[in-house]
Design a protein around this ligand. Structure first.
Ligand SMILES: Cc1ncc(COP(=O)(O)O)c(C=O)c1O
Length: 391
């Protein structure tokens, strides 16, 4: 299916009453999952934190499970509970539980809680003791990311404490995991070092009496490029949403989000017209300026006013002048544009449209930040076709 065919429903979507719409192609997410699974032949945790990178946590969770993902991964307890309250019974890992959050519902609803320090482990065990429900725990080891995860000098004691709680039948450590810092790096040595540290950490865990059945280390980049990091489960976020982890190298992933809006004002202006706040842009010659009703309040980065482009009428045109909270201006030159014309803000590079990576390059960030930042007053629609179809 070509990108044009995939998004055909966009043309008929009744978006005129909406200022802008994020159109999410769930079938593209399913195809990305099939591609990764065909490649790794390993169980997958679909990472649906941060509203599934802006794509809609519930829709993506269902799509991912239908497409074969065995686990869902989220950062916060609230995200995990939302999945359970929506009726999702699949295994869910939550990796930012802290000792001050009430963990009772998470334990009761069999959310697997990641513990990287003694305080969180104690809090989980206390809830288990109180409720009589055996808590499911994955222990996180820091192998070189220096972000979450127990530092190596605390790992033995954390595992020993967990083993004691297992003895008391308060919790069961079903997994041990860590996170890769440099899996996108062409030099594989750092990933190899992390893998070595992970293997040593698993050995320590086993020596304390734990028998974690599920070991996991790989993120998208690990899943796509480092088979020795796959273990029992790969945790994929970015790749589900079509983000190629190594810029310039394609694994055939499809971006799943398209953002469209409408021209709400067209004006012809003379040469030397200053545009928007501070008049940072001044028209060199007579030209047509069009107004698009989205701005930084909807997650459009202000940096797009220096090099960002949109597509109107099948042609690219520059975003000009300071982007406001609710509106941006496009200089279409002498191109004929009418009120109500569709404006493609994000689309398919195959169709000559900008994608999140292009925005990221223009604004000096990563496409993850672009996609998760979009929202505000934009509507969101999900294209639903058969997400179970094999690739
Ligand atoms: C702990 C953890 N695992 C897995 C992922 C997925 O990583 P990626 O988006 O690179 O696949 C993330 C972040 O998104 C994460 O924070």
């Amino acid at each position: 299916m070509t990108p044009a065919e995939r998004f055909v429903p966009a043309a008929t979507t009744p978006i005129t009453a909406e200022l802008a719409t994020r159109i999410v192609d769930l079938a593209a997410i399913a195809r990305n999952i099939h591609r990764i699974r065909d490649h790794t032949r390993t169980a997958m945790m679909a990472v649906v934190k941060a509203d599934a990178f802006g794509h809609g946590w519930l829709e993506v969770a269902h799509t991912a499970l239908d497409a074969g993902a065995e686990w869902l991964g989220v950062a916060t307890v609230d995200e995990a509970l939302a999945l359970r309250r929506a009726g999702i019974t699949a295994p869910v890992l939550c990796w930012l539980a802290d000792p001050w959050t009430n963990l009772t519902d998470a334990v009761n609803l069999q959310v697997t809680i990641s513990c990287a320090n003694r305080e969180t482990l104690d809090a989980v065990a206390a809830v288990a003791r109180m409720t009589g429900v055996v808590a499911q725990v994955h222990l996180e080891l820091d192998t070189g990311m220096s972000r979450g995860g127990a530092p190596s000098n605390q790992w033995h004691d954390l595992c020993a404490a967990a083993a004691a709680f297992e003895e008391a039948r308060e919790l069961v450590v079903t997994g041990v995991w860590s996170h890769l810092a440099l899996a996108v790096d062409p030099d594989p040595s750092s990933t190899a070092d992390q893998k070595r540290a992970f293997d040593e950490g698993v050995a320590v865990a086993r020596a304390t009496g734990l028998s974690p059945a599920i070991l996991h280390l790989a993120n998208s980049a690990g899943a796509l490029d480092h088979p020795d990091t796959w273990y029992d489960l790969v945790r994929c976020g970015a790749s589900l949403y079509g983000i190629e982890t190594v810029i310039g190298r394609s694994h055939g992933l499809e971006s799943a989000m398209r953002v469209v809006s409408r021209v709400v004002q067209v004006r012809r202006v003379p040469a030397a017209t200053g545009v928007s706040y501070s008049h940072a842009y001044v028209a060199e010659q007579e030209t047509t300026l069009v107004l698009v009703p989205v701005g930084y309040g909807d997650g459009i980065p202000r940096g797009l006013s220096r090099g960002g482009e949109v597509v109107i009428g099948g042609m690219r045109h520059p975003v000009v002048g300071a982007i406001s909270m609710d509106q941006l201006i496009v200089d279409v030159g002498d191109y004929p544009v009418a009120l109500g014309d569709e404006v493609v803000l994000l689309g398919s590079p195959e169709l000559g449209e900008p994608d999140a990576q292009e925005w990221a390059d223009v604004t000096g960030t990563i496409s993850h930040e672009i996609l998760t930042g979009l929202g505000g007053r934009m509507a969101r629609r999900h294209l639903t076709t058969d997400t179970k179809a094999a690739s």
